[in-house]
Design a protein around this ligand. Structure first.
Ligand SMILES: Nc1ncnc2c1ncn2[C@@H]1O[C@H](COP(=O)(O)OP(=O)(O)OP(=O)(O)O)[C@@H](O)[C@H]1O
Ligand SMILES: CC(C)(CO)[C@@H](O)C(=O)NCCC(=O)O
Ligand SMILES: [K+]
Length: 241
């Protein structure tokens, strides 16, 4: 009998990503991106089991629950835990931590030999989480690139620009370039500061980088950055049995 596929779904604040996962193959297959949860109906109908991470609207969970129920598809909804797979959370209320951060750390626990690393996820928000010997030291949450720019455009009279991003940090000579390059510098600067903060605790660590805007870091002169397509989806695969 042919096993039906495992569909992993990562619901963020801007978009939804999904991938099929076959435990007999290495890693996750091609990642699809959706704007609207209704686009999930067809892929869910074709799946045997669904594994969900949602930090976005609760409505999306409700919709996925009803699609799964209508089609007799089993659904697993991931939640942030106090500890799992050798990782210990630092939050006194673990459920307050976005499950995307937790899953990304769990994925890195599998990849890191020393279990000592930074994980940086750059999407709508940018998150940084520090782990030493499997213990979460804590993290940061800051606005992502698009939110940084929008907050400037919204709260000033004379600052303007576009959503377009060039991934550069040289000094700008007009308003849009001052905004774009400056906000890029703020994002890259967050990683540099995180590295500095981590070095107060540990000498050697990996930096795992994920999220839709990870290419911003392409030209950053930081060693041991490991780019990962989607650590949240990878973390979900740990729950596939
Ligand atoms: N194919 C794509 N379509 C849309 N945006 C993309 C694409 N590839 C990369 N991006 C970038 O990804 C960013 C969003 O990142 P991501 O998908 O990680 O965010 P998200 O859906 O809000 O997830 P999260 O809430 O987990 O951060 C956008 O700002 C955009 O620049
Ligand atoms: C910070 C985001 C938005 C990043 O996707 C998500 O992880 C989230 O909603 N977190 C809740 C707050 C927290 O993690 O402490
Ligand atoms: K994110």
């Amino acid at each position: 009998m042919l096993e039906k596929a495992n569909l992993c779904i990562d619901v963020g604040n801007t978009s939804i990503k999904s991938a099929l996962y076959d435990p007999n193959e290495r890693g996750i297959a091609y990642i699809s991106r959706y704007r609207d949860a209704s686009e999930l109906i067809t892929p869910i109908q074709a799946a045997g089991r669904v594994y969900l991470s949602n930090v976005g609207k609760e409505d999306v969970t409700l919709l996925i629950q009803s699609i799964c129920a209508d089609n007799n598809v089993q659904l697993f909804i991931a939640e942030t835990q106090k500890s799992a797979f050798g990782l210990t959370n630092s939050y006194s209320t673990p459920s307050n931590m976005g499950v995307d951060r937790w899953l990304a750390m769990l994925a890195c626990m599998q990849k890191s030999q020393s279990k000592t690393f930074l994980v940086v996820d750059i999407g709508t928000a940018m998150t940084v989480d520090a782990v030493q010997n499997g213990v979460h030291l804590g993290g940061w949450i800051v606005p992502g690139l698009s939110l940084l720019k929008q907050s400037l455009f919204k709260n000033t009279q004379r600052v303007f620009g576009s959503e377009e991003n060039f991934g550069l940090t040289d000094f700008g000579k007009d308003t849009p370039l001052c905004v774009d390059h400056g906000c890029t510098a703020q994002i890259l600067g967050t990683l540099l500061m995180a590295e500095r903060e981590m070095k107060k605790n540990v000498k050697k660590f990996e930096i795992f980088l994920t999220g839709g805007d990870k290419k911003l870091f392409l030209n950053l002169d930081v060693k041991n950055i490991i780019q990962c397509e989607n650590l949240v989806l990878e973390g979900l695969t740990l729950f596939v049995d």
